[in-house]
Design a protein around this ligand. Structure first.
Ligand code: GLA
Length: 406
C-alpha cells in the first residue's frame, strides 16, 4: 500500500524534460506546473453560483513547451499508457481523441478571443491520479492555458488562464462543469484554501491549520471521468435538476424570486418542499445546505483564536451525508471508506471528493494518527474487496505557474 505523504511518485519536471529532448531533439522553452486540487467543502455547488473551498495539492501535471514555426500541435503524454500516447492536430482543429480534446479545447478558448498562439510541441507528465476526483483534466486545461498565454507574450494572469481553462473543459470538451477546478488550480496559495464565490468569481484565501491537520486521500477503486458517458450523465442530470429546482422556486414566488439558489437559506427553503418535484427538492436542499456549510467552515478556520477542528470535521461529515442521501452521488465504496475512517481515533471527518460516482474520499486527520488511519483503510478495503487501494497524504501546495527549464 502507498504510504501517506510520500513524495510525488516521480520527478515529473525531470521526466517531461527528458521526454521532450528525446521526442523533439531540442530544448523546451519552458515548463508549466499545474497541481491537482482537493475541495475541502462546497461540493456540487459551483454550477449553481454557490460557494466552494478548495486547495491545490502537492501532486501536479508538468507540461514542457516549445513554439513551432507552423500551425501544428504535436503532443506526447508520458503516462497515459506505459508507452505513452500522442496526438497531432492543426491549431483551430478539434482533436477528439483522449487528452487531445483538452488541448484543442484550450486552444479554441483562446482563438475565440482572437488570440492565435501558433503551433507548439508539448510533452505532458503527471502524478495526479486520473479519474480520481483530484482534477487531473482541469490541471491539463490550466497548464495549456498558461502555456498559450506565455507563447502569446502576455503578462501572466492566473484569473484569465483559469477562465480560459474553464471554457475549454466546460464548453469545448463539453463536460458542463463549473469553475471550481480551474480556479483552484490557478489561484490557490500554499498552505491555504481558497473560498470562491462562483456567482461573482470573487476569491478569498483562507489559512489552513497545517500543523494540526493532515489530509488523507483514499481511492474507491472506481474510476470516474466527467467526460465519460456514465458519470457524465449523472453530473449533467444533477446540473439540470438544480436548474429545474430554481425554476420551480421562481415560478412559485415570482414577486420575491431569488436570483439563484445561493440567495436561499436552509430555513427559507423549507416552504418550497411541497412545490417542487421530490428529487429536485432534495438536490436543491443539498446545494443550499452545502453553501451554508462552506460559510461555517470558513468562519471556523478564520476565527481568532482558532475554533476546534472537531467542528470543521462535523461539517465535513454532514457534507458527505448530504451528498450521499440528498444528492445521491456516492457509491458504497466511498461510504465504506468514510465510515471506517470516521470510526478511528484522530479522524475529524471524511467525505467523498469531487463529483462522486467513484474517485476518492477525503479524510481530515490529526497528524499523529495518519499512519494508523492509512493502515486501517488499506486493510479493511482489502478485506472487503479483495484488492489493494491507494491511500496517501496530500499537502496544500501553491497553484499553477511556470518553472525554468533545468
Ligand atoms: C467536478 C466538476 C466541478 C464541480 C465538482 C463537484 O469536479 O469539474 O466543476 O462541479 O465536480 O463539486
Amino acid at each position: 500500500m502507498a504510504r501517506p505523504e510520500f513524495p510525488p511518485t516521480r520527478d515529473t519536471h525531470a521526466l517531461v524534460l527528458d521526454a521532450f529532448r528525446t521526442r523533439f531533439v531540442r530544448e523546451p522553452e519552458f515548463v508549466v506546473r499545474a497541481p491537482g486540487r482537493v475541495n475541502l467543502i462546497g461540493e456540487h455547488t459551483d454550477y449553481t453560483g454557490g460557494l466552494v473551498l478548495p486547495f491545490a495539492i502537492d501532486r501536479a501535471l508538468h507540461l514542457a513547451v516549445a513554439p513551432r514555426g507552423d500551425d501544428r500541435v504535436y503532443a506526447f503524454a508520458c503516462d497515459l499508457a506505459a508507452e505513452g500516447e500522442e496526438v497531432e492536430f492543426a491549431v483551430g482543429d478539434a482533436a477528439t481523441t483522449g487528452f487531445g480534446a483538452y488541448l484543442s479545447g484550450a486552444i479554441a478558448a483562446s482563438l475565440e478571443q482572437g488570440e492565435h498562439p501558433g503551433g507548439m510541441d508539448l510533452v505532458i507528465a503527471s502524478d495526479i491520479p486520473v479519474g480520481s476526483g483530484l482534477s487531473s483534466s482541469a490541471a491539463l486545461c490550466v497548464a495549456v492555458a498558461i502555456a498559450i498565454d506565455r507563447l502569446l507574450g502576455a503578462d501572466f494572469s492566473a484569473l484569465r488562464c483559469a477562465r480560459r481553462a474553464h471554457r475549454a473543459e466546460s464548453h469545448f470538451v463539453g463536460t458542463g462543469c463549473g469553475i471550481l477546478d480551474p480556479f483552484a488550480i490557478a489561484l490557490c496559495g500554499a498552505g491555504h484554501a481558497l473560498r470562491i464565490d462562483c456567482e461573482d468569481e470573487s476569491t478569498r484565501s483562507v489559512p489552513l491549520p497545517v500543523a494540526e491537520l493532515s489530509f488523507v486521500i483514499s481511492h474507491s477503486g472506481v474510476s470516474r471521468e466527467l467526460a465519460g458517458p456514465a458519470a457524465g450523465q449523472g453530473y449533467r442530470d444533477r446540473v439540470a435538476q438544480c436548474a429545474r429546482g430554481l425554476e420551480g422556486i421562481v415560478a412559485s414566488e415570482p414577486d420575491a424570486a431569488p436570483r439563484s439558489l445561493r440567495a436561499l437559506s436552509p430555513d427559507g427553503l423549507v416552504r418550497f418542499a411541497g412545490q417542487l418535484d421530490e428529487v429536485d427538492f432534495r438536490r436543491v436542499r443539498h446545494v443550499v445546505g452545502e453553501n451554508a456549510r462552506v460559510d461555517r467552515v470558513c468562519r471556523l478556520l478564520e476565527a481568532e483564536p482558532p475554533i476546534g477542528l472537531a467542528a470543521v470535521g462535523a461539517e465535513i461529515r454532514a457534507s458527505h451525508a448530504s451528498l450521499r442521501d440528498d444528492y445521491e452521488v456516492s457509491i458504497p465504496q466511498l461510504d465504506m471508506l468514510c465510515e471506517i475512517a470516521d470510526a478511528q481515533d484522530g479522524v475529524y471527518g471524511s467525505r467523498l471528493l469531487g463529483a462522486g460516482f467513484g474517485g476518492c474520499a477525503l479524510h481530515l486527520v490529526k497528524p499523529e494518527a495518519v499512519d494508523a488511519v492509512c493502515d486501517v483503510l488499506g486493510a479493511r478495503y482489502r478485506d472487503r474487496f479483495g484488492k489493494d487501494t491507494e491511500v496517501f497524504g496530500v499537502k496544500a501546495a501553491a497553484g499553477a505557474g511556470i518553472e525554468a527549464v533545468e
